[in-house]
Design a protein around this ligand. Structure first.
Ligand code: SF4
Length: 110
């Protein structure tokens, strides 16, 4: 088992080494605030759940939080805008699942 992935710069990491959005935005607009949807992110209330699980560990806890998150769609859209190299669980999907999602979206547009 390797080290857990490093969250994007500026992202929150708990003292126990678990990382979690949210998330200040990676490039906060002038005024220093992230996107408005961050305020409603369910993961703000779950600091003990890792959204950056190490390889070979379960992402089930994070996905369960995302499943009840009011801003899941906004989070997923944001994560897709960041590119497919973004680590972690965003919008209830792993990086691999986001790549698959993007592929399916592209296929649907043809
Ligand atoms: S969808 Fe998941 S990662 Fe995104 S804001 Fe909600 S709880 Fe956090």
């Amino acid at each position: 088992m390797g080290n857990p992935p490093t969250p994007p710069p500026g992202y929150w990491q708990a003292s126990n080494g678990q990382c979690s959005p949210p998330p200040p935005a990676p490039t906060p607009p002038p005024g220093g605030k992230g996107p408005a949807w961050h305020a409603d992110a369910a993961c703000r209330e779950t600091p003990d759940v890792s959204f950056f699980p190490a390889v070979g560990t379960s992402s089930g806890g994070a996905k369960a939080v995302c499943a009840r998150c009011l801003v899941r769609a906004e989070c997923l859209a944001w994560s897709l805008e960041q590119g497919l190299d973004l680590d972690g669980i965003w919008g209830g999907l792993t990086a691999r699942e986001r790549r698959q999602h993007r592929t399916e979206q592209a296929a649907g547009r043809r």
